[in-house]
Design a protein around this ligand. Structure first.
Ligand SMILES: [Zn+2]
Length: 83
């Protein structure tokens, strides 16, 4: 577990979880499921290890450069908020 405090709220309690991470760059998206992270129990801020983020970035690059196939694809509806 983390030894330091949450940099958002100063909380000291964290829990290991696996979450859905949405990586976005240049108008492209990659949804990665079951990504390990630590979650601040007070405010919900998520903390990821450097190698985890690096792996996601590498998968994004490989998929968009057609060197790898994603496990699945989803269609996502898009809306503009009407005020
Ligand atoms: Zn927090």
């Amino acid at each position: 577990m983390r030894k330091s405090r949450c940099h958002i709220c100063g909380g000291e309690e964290f829990e290991q979880r696996r979450v859905e991470y949405i990586y976005r760059r240049g108008g492209h998206y990659l949804v990665v499921r079951d990504v390990p992270c630590e979650v601040c129990l007070r405010c919900g801020e998520r903390y990821y290890e450097g190698p985890v983020l690096l792996q996601i970035e590498q998968r994004f690059k490989a998929i968009y450069e057609h060197e790898a196939e994603p496990q699945a694809e989803i269609q996502v509806p898009v809306e503009v908020y009407a005020s």
